[in-house]
Write a protein that binds this ligand. Structure first.
Ligand SMILES: [Mg+2]
Length: 126
C-alpha cells in the first residue's frame, strides 16, 4: 500500500527527531522542521498528504500555518499534536478551521499517531 507523504512542524526538536526516526524506519517519506516559515516552504515544495503540526511555536503559529495550508492545498490533512490546553476551545477552533484531528501531547504512543495518519490518508472521518 502506498504510504502518505508527511511534513512535521514543531519547535520541540526531540519530538520531530523522534517522528523522523519512527516514520522513516516504517517506510514513510517524512520531512521535519522546527520553524513555521520553513514548514510552509516544505509544504509548498513537497505537497505532503499529511502535516503534523504544533500549535505554539515562535514566529508563525500552527493556527496560521493551518489557515495558509487550507487556502492553498485543501486536500492536505492536518493533524495537530499539542500540549496546549484551554478547556478544549483551541481544539474546537482548529477542528472547525479544517484540521483533521487534534491530539494531546505527550502522545500515548507513536503508533497512535500513525493510526490517525493512516485513517486521514485513507479518507476516513476522524
Ligand atoms: Mg511548541
Amino acid at each position: 500500500m502506498k504510504k502518505p507523504k508527511i511534513v512535521a512542524i514543531d519547535d520541540e526538536i526531540d519530538f520531530i527527531d523522534m517522528l523522523k526516526d519512527y516514520f522513516e524506519l516504517r517506510g514513510y517519506e517524512i520531512e521535519v522542521t522546527s520553524k513555521g516559515v520553513q514548514g510552509i516552504e516544505l509544504i509548498n515544495n513537497k505537497k505532503p498528504d499529511i502535516v503534523i503540526l504544533d500549535l505554539k511555536m515562535p514566529g508563525i503559529s500552527g493556527e496560521e500555518v493551518l489557515k495558509l495550508l487550507k487556502s492553498k492545498q485543501s486536500k492536505t490533512k492536518v493533524i495537530f499534536v499539542s500540549a496546549y490546553d484551554d478547556a478544549g476551545k483551541t481544539r474546537a477552533r482548529m477542528l472547525d478551521s479544517g484540521a483533521y484531528a487534534y491530539l494531546d501531547k505527550p502522545l500515548n504512543s507513536l503508533k497512535e499517531l500513525e493510526d490517525v495518519i493512516n485513517r486521514a490518508y485513507s479518507g476516513e472521518e476522524a
